[in-house]
Design a protein around this ligand. Sequence first.
Ligand SMILES: *Cc1c(COP(=O)(O)O)cnc(C)c1O
Length: 431
Amino acid sequence: MKTEMSERLYKKALNLMPGGVNSPVRAFNAVGKKPLFIKNANGSKIYDEDGNEFIDYVLSWGPLILGHAKKEVIEAVKKACEYGLSYGAPTKKETELAEIITSAMPAIETIRLVSSGTEAVMSAVRAARGYTNRDMVLKFTGCYHGHSDGLLVKSGSGLITNAVASSAGVPKGYTDYTLLADYNDKKTVEELFNTYKNKIACVIVEPVAANMGVVPPKNGFIEFLREITKNNGTVLIFDEVITGFRLSLGGACEYFGIKPDMVTLGKIVGGGMPLGAYGGKKEIMDMVSPLGNVYQAGTLSGNPIAVTAGIETLKILINDNNIYKRINQKAEKIENAFKQKKGLTVNRVGSLISAFFNSDYVTDYNSAIQSNTKEYAEYFGYMLENGIYIAPSQFEAMFISDAHTDDDIKKTINFIKSYSSFLERKEAKEL
Ligand SMILES: *Cc1c(COP(=O)(O)O)cnc(C)c1O
């Protein structure tokens, strides 16, 4: 594989940007490689500056459920650009997008558009605190909710009351109001609710965890969260930045048949453009300025180009009911290929997949981090060399799009099969 151009560009970027990138995982550090610089993409394929072609399973980390450069989306965006890029005033299209989202997700009665998932979550938590007049936020170890100070909190084992920030530059006081529980563990949640009676403003959860690799909720876990928050006057927030419009049109809410009090969105909702959203019960959203006294604003919020990309993407998802069936079937084929490998455990929910280099089931953060990341790095390198671009980290999901062809899936499965894992090599040697 030729990487001359990428290497040259990386060298230059290193002098100008921290780590040469604008978001850390792009640097390929976790797999001990240098990043590829991407030139263009179309459908299921992504092309780098050296002209290498890859079948893409990163899909910009989730947004591109229809694949790259979907014709209808690009054409609508081009047309929108000719009308001007931003006005800082309301537009008809914002209402159109709001209508589409609230129809797809009944838990969202009213909505506010923002520019990223981080901003959506940060604002939703502020609204929940304003509404309940409480300070504490309960989150789960291994769940990612963007990089705002109070939510950037590391794991630990079991019940931790004093959460520790997993980043430098976050004052201790900023995480004093963050409580941590283990994903899929009802007991720690119950204990925290007992200890902090009437103090917990909200529980925020990824209904399917997808930022420690894909980890599905155990039977009854999400239902339990709905129940305990209801009983304690606590706002339940589903962070659906990944799962929204991914698991179904109505996201995880529809997939599990649960109605949270608030939902945060990002990724697919912007169709590849910078767009996020938060919404929920009208009574809570009415706390947000200018109606209420929870302040939140944005110069580029509801940006007409981003909103256009969102509308066109969601329209296609609405008009073609079979998209979810198709992407799930492709994902199932890939899941089955992984299932036949030794030394792997595979988790799949809909079109989200993770193959962990781990011989145990992965049900939470503690089991996820038992994975052999060295082995993952080797596997990553093997796939890349063979024209398959997967996430450069064990702890990111593999995303399937409607643009992946049967041929792409077949090719991918063949390379999954031909990759021999450490265990398989060991066994072959012993025979
Ligand atoms: C990606 C992600 C975020 C953050 O969104 P950004 O647009 O990267 O700020 C928040 N929550 C979840 C569940 C995510 O996957």
